[in-house]
Write a protein that binds this ligand. Sequence first.
Ligand SMILES: O=C(O)CCC(=O)C(=O)O
Length: 264
Amino acid sequence: MDREVDEIGIVIVAGALTEQQCDAFITIIDSEIASFTNIERRLHDWPVGNATYRDTKGYKVFNFQARHPAAMELVAFPLVVDYFRRYLGASMVLHSSEGAVIPPGCGRDFPLHYDGYDRIPGYFLSMNAIFYLCDANAENGATRYIPGTHKEFLSRQEAAQRSWKHADVKKGDLVLFNPYLFHAGSENRSNANRPTIINYYQRGYIKQGFDYPRAMSISEQRKLTKDQRTLLGFDHRVPTDVSELYLQYRGTNAPLADMDPFGR
Ligand SMILES: O=C(O)CCC(=O)C(=O)O
């Protein structure tokens, strides 16, 4: 895996999820899309040029880990977490988890990009894991990438002049990225959706996509494993004010970091 991440820029892990797990995740994503809140519907209807967000980017179920216990379990998928921690350290956190669906006809304009805020030679700030819930290739919007660009530090304009390859993956495969590899989704020219789950991790000191601990009830927080708590950012919370600072330090020799007003 190290060699492929270093030499090619992506590694495909075959059969990370079973067919049944993929189907169950597709059902969860579809039902979340069907019951989108008003603000989620409005985001997808948002005008982008002459089209809408949905027509250009497809459907995004943001905060996917909060939608179902299986999705929460997936953010702590041991292969991903153990492997990425080797690059991003033990304090690594989740930046975002998304259920993503590229419908037929969508994805033509996904821009080639690298992941993360910055490119620092020899040092990664983030890493991306895409679980494919269907077979994917050049026909139906598979991830495209420009091999070797993770070592070249090109501009986006330079990268746009290069030719790319498509990942060729089976349902249940997992694609892990070198963050500096130029890549993007691609046009879905088939008649079926291309569903994926995109779990994106980063160093523990970078701001996460959402304030996960604050978004959860105390009872939900208590169901989390230690690993999930670390990944969701419970070890790096910012107190709103001095009263929360007292909650953090109350009564133990370690920061509570829960800010649980009822105590434990
Ligand atoms: O959907 C894809 O194939 C690519 C997703 C992507 O580019 C990203 O998450 O950075």
